[in-house]
Structure formats: structure tokens, C-alpha cells
Design a binder for this molecule. Sequence first.
Ligand code: FPP
Length: 247
Amino acid sequence: MKSDSEITQLDPALLPTHVAIIMDGNGRWAKKRLQNRVKGHEKGADTVRMVVRISRETGIRFLTLYAFSTENWQRPKTEVSALMTLLNRFLRSELSEMRQNNIRFAVIGETGRLPDSVRIEIDRTIHQTRDNDGMQLTLALSYGGRTEILNAARALADSVLSGKIDVAGIDEQSFSEHLYTSAMPDPELLIRTSGEFRVSNFLLWQIAYSEIYVTNTLWPDFTKEEFIEILKDFQGRERRFGRVGTE
Ligand code: FPP
């Protein structure tokens, strides 16, 4: 298979441990075809399946996908409800694949705002994949980076008021431990589809040093070949973290 040979061209030692993706362009994909936006999301869900499979095959350990932002609640009710239905369908259809492929499932965001039917499916998927350690697939659902940071600030302020920690004890590590992503490394690579140069309130704290790759491809058109090309591009970048280069 073509993708297999392309995957072997990747250097496992230089793979990003954590890849985060802003999946954008479903609506435009549908509009171009004079179809309902929901058709774009449906096709986008197929791309999600492909990206999960390729990530697992390449050996990426953490994949985090921005599936629904806190701002997305403002979309028309019919679109929100179609996205929730798609999500339920995705979780039901992918559970056996996740179990077979040793993938642990996780969610970040204000899950309390999601409909009960989605919460039940999420809990089931988390529970049934909890011992898997091949890769972690995290969906950001009802997620907003600023809210996440505010919640961490509030929790730390509470700990100071109750005398559990000193103000001086608040550092990057303790702050990170109060984020939804406390058990994950920061993403080394952030991919955004559909050509927009925006971060859109995604993982604001965690992407401080991430390499960013923006592609014009609309999410439903994103292919495994392009995904692997982006991973190769990442392997060619020199990551300096604010220091000088190595030569
Ligand atoms: C952006 O496209 C995408 C979303 C708001 C949601 C992402 C959802 C999916 C990929 C499908 C379902 C997800 C899963 C996990 C099964 P947009 O509607 O903002 O596109 P536009 O900017 O072209 O309008």
C-alpha cells in the first residue's frame, strides 16, 4: 500500500509525540458542492477515521482533535444537533477499532454541556478503552482554551485561599497540572486545515512551542498522503525553544 511505504519513510525517532489538529473547512467543502453543511461534517468524520488510523500506524502517541468549540454552540440548532448525532455515530462505530488497535479515548472540554446521549457514549468509550496504551485519541468537545486557563486559575486561587499552596508555589508545572491536558505532553505539532491562520481558542497554553502547519486543504479533502507529508515536513524543522541553533 502506498501509505505503508510512505510511513516507513518517516523517522520514528523524530515523530511528534503529540499532534493536535484544528479540523476546519467542512462547511466550505459542502458549499462548493451546493450541499448542506452537514454533508461536509459527515465527510469530515471519515477524515477523522483516516487520521486516527494513520496516527496509530505511524506511532504518534497522542492525537488531539478540535471537534467542537465553546463558540460552536452558537451555530444553528440543526447543525449542532447533527454534529452531536455524528459524534455519537462515530463513537459507536469506532469503539471496536479503538479496542483492537490499543487506543485510549479521552475528552477535554466542558462535557457537562453536551447532551446526555453523547455523555453516555463518551463515558462508555472512555471506560472500555481505559487500559489501552498504544495511543491516546482526545476529542476537544465544547472546548475553549481561555475557559480552561480560567478554570485552572480559579482552582489555584482556591488552593491558595485554603492554605494548600503558597502563591510562590504557582509555577508552570502546577499550572499545567490544573489543565484538562495535565496527563499529556504539549503538542509538538499543530495542524490547521482550510487555510486560516488562526488558533481559534485551541490549547492556548499548550501550544506555546508547537510547530504550526497550515494547509489550504479543506478538512473533508485532507488525505493520508498529505498528513504524512506534513509529518515529514515536521521532521525537517529545527526546534529551538527560544535558544540558538545547533550548528
Ligand atoms: C469546522 O468546519 C469543523 C467543525 C466545526 C467540527 C469538526 C467536526 C467534524 C470533523 C465531524 C465530526 C467529528 C467527529 C469527531 C466525528 P466548519 O463547519 O467551521 O467549516 P467552514 O469554516 O468551512 O464553515
